[in-house]
Design a protein around this ligand. Structure first.
Ligand code: HEM
Length: 510
């Protein structure tokens, strides 16, 4: 079987020399032996890792390398092993990459798992007097919100019912491609076009209306929302490691930019939500079936302030994650003719010409699902699955006190030879029962997290991507223009570093 080499790893090694490994914190309290000769649990202070400077730890190194944090963690893993501790400014965390320890950690989650927080995200909400939604809330309040959202986002039948809406957006997207494709056939601004698709898709189910992102004259509000989402992530890359009151003084411009981005994004979302509430108020009073999110939240008597933040956070969490994953996927497909042929074969075999995939068709389409899994193995958009230990724990024979921040790194874990054969190769076949040679460990693949706090939008995101990518490949043959290594960068989420360049050849006119 011919395989497509993906050289995404190239260049990582070259950067190693640039990595400033501050004073190495050796495991001083070496394994204490118990009387019977067995190893007893080592103290927290014995965890290996770069110690850095008092109070700030490796903050300077982190700030200088903030766009390559994923590579830095990978390098620390090579130096210190699958568990180490590093203090990146205010982010003092234990990094964990051993599948068994990760499984044991996540299985102990409890009823109200707690994630590490980005302080500056809370700062905006505190200053603006806005509540916290699912993303940032904790404890019982989080649990009550989550139960409501789960019903509309994770139930199979409900998610399947979004197929028609998402297909309508795919048709609009493909029509738009037809209109805007230039003579040289290079897809114009793939990232921007995928943001439009992703925002339009999520808006259909949140607001029960067409936002118009794929029309020629996109609204200013839609563009403002997309821009603000990018700015929130890009500015957080630096601000996440400092207390907000310090950033405000030493990086006032960046801090203001960050706050302004939240403000814009909330303003746009609130405007659409208010307009939706007005439009659907009759539906809420009646018993009409097949309703969207806001109708559903109102029917559940969700408080209006909670409704604002939850719909807003769902919209914000959906757009960049789904579109960057799809961008990485289209890039891989364009570089792997074998994968592209298999995708084309599947969609043309399962879905009759002229029709769009239904939920039943998708049940037979295993290859597209394997392509999505493989993309997220190599490019997990959310770079860290984080937890705050709710009790004292023991991980890999180290004692971890309650309250410790723990960072599980799906990027490093997805590229380890001990988890995957040939980890630098894009190989969807590894996920198919019929073709795989080994079965990947379930805790080595965690792009959506795990357990009751896992991504609430997983099924929605997967459905959106299955429908778009399969129909895109049916319509166009994708040709890679750039053969340079595909590099990614860290902007709080992981995203392509260089522009993705693809030529689209319409299969009907080829
Ligand atoms: C490829 C796309 C996506 C990826 C890779 C992704 C990944 C993640 C990850 C890793 C988490 C944290 C899980 C954990 O702590 O265990 C998360 C949480 C979350 N995601 Fe996603 N996500 C994606 C798409 C979406 C979409 C489309 C939505 C909304 C429709 C969404 C909404 C959320 C929300 C609200 C949370 C917080 C859930 C909670 O704390 O209860 N995500 N996501």
């Amino acid at each position: 079987m011919s395989m497509c080499r993906v050289t995404g790893q190239a260049g990582f090694g070259q950067c190693r020399s640039a990595l400033l490994v501050l004073r190495r914190h050796k495991a001083t309290a070496a394994a204490i032996q118990s009387k019977d000769g067995g190893e007893v649990v080592k103290p927290f202070s014995a965890l290996p890792g770069p110690r850095g400077l008092p109070f700030i730890g490796t903050l300077f190194h982190t700030m200088r390398n903030s766009s390559r944090l994923h590579e830095s963690i990978q390098e620390r893993h090579e130096t210190y092993g699958p568990i180490f501790r590093e203090k990146l400014g205010i982010l003092d965390a234990v990094f964990l990459m051993d599948v068994d320890a990760v499984e044991s950690l996540l299985r102990q989650d409890g009823k109200y798992p707690s994630r590490m927080q980005v302080d500056v995200w809370h700062e905006y909400r505190n200053i603006a007097g806005i509540r916290k939604g699912l993303l940032l809330n904790e404890g019982e309040t989080w649990h009550a919100l989550r139960r409501i959202v789960d019903r509309h986002m994770l139930k199979t039948r409900t998610v399947e019912s979004y197929t028609g809406d998402f297909n309508t957006v795919v048709a609009e997207f493909l029509d738009r491609m037809d209109r805007i494709l230039p003579d040289d056939k290079e897809m114009p601004s793939p990232d921007e076009e995928l943001f439009n698709w992703s925002l339009e898709s999520i808006s259909r189910i949140l607001y029960e209306k067409k936002l118009g992102c794929l029309l020629d004259g996109k609204s200013k509000d839609a563009q403002d929302f997309i821009n603000s989402a990018h700015e929130i992530f890009a500015t957080s890359r630096t601000l996440a490691f400092l207390p907000p009151h310090v950033s405000k003084v030493i990086m006032p411009k960046l801090y203001k930019q960050h706050m302004a981005a939240w403000e814009t994004s909330f303003r746009v979302a609130k405007g659409v939500i208010d307009e939706t509430i007005e439009r659907i108020k009759n539906k809420v009073e009646s018993d009409e079936g097949d309703v969207g999110f806001i109708t559903h939240f109102l029917k559940e008597n969700m408080d209006k302030q909670d409704l604002y933040v939850n719909v807003w956070e769902l919209m914000a969490a959906a757009v960049d994650t789904t579109s960057y994953t799809t961008l990485a996927m289209l890039n891989e497909i364009s570089r792997c003719p074998r994968v592209q042929d298999a995708l084309y074969e599947e969609i043309t075999r399962v879905v009759p010409a002229g029709e769009q995939p239904t939920a039943d068709h998708l049940k037979e389409m295993h290859y597209i699902k394997a392509v999505i899994k493989e993309t997220l193995r190599m490019y997990p958009t959310v770079g860290g699955i984080t937890r705050i230990a709710q009790n004292d724990l023991v991980l890999m024979n180290y004692s971890i006190p309650k309250g410790t921040k723990i960072w599980v790194d799906p990027y490093t874990m997805g590229r380890l030879r001990r988890h995957y054969d040939d980890p630098d190769t894009f190989l969807p076949e590894r996920w198919l029962r019929a073709t795989r040679t080994t079965k990947p460990h379930p805790f080595a693949w965690l792009p959506f997290g795990f357990g009751v706090r896992a991504c609430v939008g997983r099924r929605v995101a997967e459905l959106e991507m299955q429908l778009l990518v399969s129909q895109f490949v049916r319509k166009y043959k994708l040709e890679a223009i750039s053969t340079e290594p595909f590099r990614i960068k860290y902007d709080l989420i992981l995203l392509p570093k260089d522009p993705v360049r693809i030529r689209l050849i319409d299969r009907e006119s080829a």
